[in-house]
Design a protein around this ligand. Sequence first.
Ligand code: CIZ
Ligand code: SF4
Length: 400
Amino acid sequence: MVTQQFIQPDLKWQMDNISCQQAVDLETAPLSAEPGFLLWQKDIPEAYWRLGGQELASRINATKARLAGLAVVLGHHYQREDIIQFADYKGDSFNLARWAAQQRGAEFIVFCGVHFMAEAADILSAPDQQVVLPNMAAGCTMADMADPDDVLDCWQQLEAAGLAESTLPVTYMNSAASLKAFCGDNGGIVCTSSNASAVLQWAFKQRERVLFFPDQHLGRNTGVKLGIPLDQMLVWDPNQPLGGHTVEELRRARIILWRGWCSVHMRFTTKQVAGARAKYPGVTVLVHPECTLEVVQAADLNGSTEFIARAIREAPAGSAWAVGTEINLVSRLARENPDKLVFCLDTVVCPCSTMYRIHPAYLAWVLEELAAGRVVNRLVVPEATALLAKVALDRMLEVH
Ligand code: CIZ
Ligand code: SF4
């Protein structure tokens, strides 16, 4: 199945970005009217291409009812409204992974999220459970920035420089299963944005230095939170020998940060923070740690999507929140908290274009196939990879 793993991430982002306006709209455009469909999984039968939102919704509801007890639908916070409404469980990647590790009831886990999350669910679920990703082209541009071959090459260079023994690999959940396996095999661990500080503290108890991938911003922001000076955090450029550093510089580093980022969170700027404060005095600025350090430092609070949702839910009525994360979540929080002012820091913000690829037509398709006794879009992580990746994921679940 094609995941467009090999299209250059930023190009993918630009090509897909045309769907911005539709994404925050509650109207469901038929699949054939989605400009991004060009990049999505195309072997969905044509019978689904032109179905409208209402018909899709009623077919999804009817099929879900037929599959009750057999299939569950998981939905990530960044999913579009016309998908999240069908989720039996909603959450961030950490909670959804934990859910998959704990529940043994449903035979099929239909994962409305992106590829790496469905992989984690497959690794953590029981062997008799099957994970289905409605659109196999729903990847993550940040995860794609850490090409497993490049990370292995980096590790070999660290080994040759005599630095690998004192370095612990830590991968953000947003990464390929093979990189989680690499961590599992080398004493390393997985983290998410809800447990990055605890994971890094654990990592520094094991070894002097951390190799953190793929998101340099989460790594740097967490390092700063733990008091690590900026000059002890280096960015590894996979296109340069030794990542662009000398052995001595690498030896002195506490965190080696991979040169990756999230295009969605890179859109937030300190200018937007200043603009929100000027327009709404007293506003609380709350951003995701995938934003740059400057934005995180200009904000009042930062944290994972679960943290963001909880902070707003528990805030007093009448409070104002400028939020720097994916627009589908921000719009949902605004709707769910009508007694507060909740708005996105970036007024022209775009959604995560890969999360958006889970269109209701795909959900209808995979559910109707399940109801007919056929499994399409099953996501299977090869056993050898899954075993090692589970070691790193289990370490994460213990550290939290
Ligand atoms: O870990 C996740 O689910 C993501 C992508 C963001 C967050 O902070 O929850
Ligand atoms: Fe990946 Fe960014 Fe989308 Fe999250 S918001 S899934 S990091 S591209």
